[in-house]
Write a protein that binds this ligand. Structure first.
Ligand SMILES: [Zn+2]
Length: 269
């Protein structure tokens, strides 16, 4: 995933997974004088939640002597997530969860932040648990094109797209948590007040139960999907990436998912 001279942007939320990732990458990076590390945090604008996490992230970066770059929904899109959730309620889009919006907006924000700090890799702290949950989530949603798009190392298919890597994709969440506890790291332990992915929660419980009965099953699921992805790439080819007609950011459609969502809410700049 990494080369000796990479400039790595690490997505740091302030939670245990990303804090562990930051510490481990900082440790590795010490041995590679040509490599550099910078932490990026997306401030979605969630009052009483993100502000605390942001303070913890800043504190960890200072301790490790790592540059910290913060990008906010407010400056990027003109609205905080709190504003968007309020509008969601007004528009009565009760079928759509805040997570669906936040996920798309955050993905784009992270890519822009990584580009701003001139990184050529963007590392996120997705664990084996996150990855296997997402596989099932996409399956149960019938979102087949997304199943094979979620790769531990993305292809570089557009100059504006920073390559994303997931160094923890084969590491169970229990282990990243244990690492954070053993090293006595400070991290935010509160769940997001908007967390509403009911289906993901059911899948999490199901997978944990399976793992307890059949040790190693999450790893097997992850490895199976890796093989399927490789096979489908050979037959299906890859989607072409162009630039969004509204914002100029990379997308596979006419306009990007972010602009589409903000347009639906009549919140497009
Ligand atoms: Zn756009």
């Amino acid at each position: 995933m990494l080369e000796f001279d990479d400039r790595i942007a690490v997505a740091v939320s302030g939670g245990k997974d990303s804090t562990s990732l930051l510490h481990i990458l900082a440790k590795i990076e010490h041995n590679y004088p040509k490599a550099s590390l910078v932490a990026v945090t997306v401030d979605e604008g969630i009052r009483g939640y993100r502000d605390e996490a942001l303070r913890i992230a800043t504190e960890n970066c200072k301790k490790l002597d790592i540059q910290h770059h913060v990008i906010s929904f407010k400056e990027l899109y003109g609205y905080t997530l709190d504003d968007i959730v309020k509008r969601l309620k007004e528009e009565d889009k009760s079928g759509v969860t805040p997570c669906a919006y936040c996920g798309v907006l955050r993905r784009k924000a992270l890519n822009i932040a990584a580009r701003e700090v001139k990184a050529n890799k963007l590392a996120t702290a997705h664990t084996l648990d996150d990855e296997t949950q997402t596989i099932f989530l996409n399956l149960l949603h019938g979102d087949t094109s997304r199943i094979t798009r979620e790769k531990p190392i993305t292809d570089e298919v557009h100059p504006k797209l920073v390559q994303r890597i997931k160094p923890f994709c084969e590491i169970p969440e229990k282990e990243t948590a244990l690492y954070a506890y053993i090293r006595k790291m400070r991290f935010q332990d509160l769940p997001c007040p908007y967390a509403s992915e009911a289906l993901r929660n059911d899948i999490r419980l199901f997978l944990n139960r399976m793992e307890q009965k059949h040790a190693g099953i999450k790893f097997t699921i992850f490895k199976s999907m890796e093989k399927i992805t490789l096979a489908t790439e050979k037959i299906g080819g890859k989607e072409e990436i162009t630039e969004c007609a509204k914002c100029g950011e990379p997308t596979t459609g006419e306009i990007c998912k972010t602009c589409e969502m903000l347009q639906q809410l009549k919140m497009l700049y």
